[in-house]
Ligand binder design. Structure first.
Ligand code: FES
Length: 260
């Protein structure tokens, strides 16, 4: 699969909350090559400081060359990205890693929590455009508050998905964990895709294992290179072997991961 280093141009920055924003870039080579679940390594500005790029799941692409990243400010690099101006050139490397797989299952569930929802929108688009799209697509979105996930509810609605929500404060949907909403759907599911906090994905993986339903999980890790060179993104596999999130993932079959 082809990877590019591309000077993208910032088209817009749209704040969702105080700490989460949608960064829209023009990066036509990456947009054209990207598959749902893959990621990019992005420079944090036009200068070389900070030197290290940051990894971000691809949130969405389109035919005009747009690449969107949903970003949470958690440190200096993401803070700098939240302050870039329209027209700024940002170097991207991508698309990287192994994305989600879909084999024409007729009923699928996408379950995401917090900023982990980011790659699932691109997946919803990919499922809808597949030559054999699922008959049923249920999306379960969890977050702290209504403000955090309301824009995403609207975005998923464009892909013929039924969307259900859970929030910590009960301001949108079920008050509690998003994983609480999964069990009633499992009997009809043929595949589950998940991304979010590790405990949430571990719980989803356990429910799917018990119900004998295939599950894929997109993992997060600290990444310095994104290319399999620095060994900084290692996780333990269920086979007791080390796996590199940037190369073997970020999307894994849930059964491949040692969740505890
Ligand atoms: Fe360097 Fe994965 S980030 S090996």
């Amino acid at each position: 699969m082809r990877e590019y280093q591309e000077n993208s141009i910032v088209q817009s920055i749209e704040p969702f909350t105080d700490s989460i924003f949608l960064l829209t870039l023009h990066a036509p080579h990456i947009a054209q090559a990207a598959q749902p679940g893959q990621f990019v390594m992005a420079a944090c500005g036009s200068s070389l400081d900070p030197l290290l790029r940051r990894p971000f799941s691809i949130h969405q692409t389109d035919e005009t060359g747009i690449v969107q990243l949903l970003i949470k400010v958690i440190g200096r690099g993401t803070k700098l990205l939240s302050e870039v101006q329209e027209g700024t050139a940002l170097s991207l490397i991508g698309p990287l890693g192994r994305g989600f797989r879909f084999k024409g299952e007729s009923s699928v569930c996408l379950i995401g929590g917090g900023i982990g929802i980011a790659p699932l929108l691109f997946l919803a688009r990919g499922l809808q455009r597949h030559s054999s799209p699922p008959d049923s697509c249920i999306v379960l979105l969890g977050g702290r508050t209504r403000t955090e996930i309301q824009p995403l509810v609207t975005a998923f609605g464009a892909y013929a998905c039924e969307v259900q929500t859970a929030t910590d404060d009960g301001s949108l949907g079920h008050k509690g964990l998003i994983g609480d909403l999964l069990p009633p759907h499992l009997a009809q599911m043929h595949k589950v895709y998940t991304c979010g906090p590790h405990p949430m994905m571990a719980a989803v993986a356990a429910m799917c294992r018990e119900a004998a339903i295939p599950c894929e999980a997109s993992l997060e890790a600290t990444m310095a290179c994104g290319l399999g060179a620095c060994l900084g993104c290692t996780i333990h596999g269920a086979d007791a072997q080390y796996k590199h999130v940037c190369k073997h993932g970020p999307v894994f079959n849930a059964e491949e991961v040692a969740w505890t």
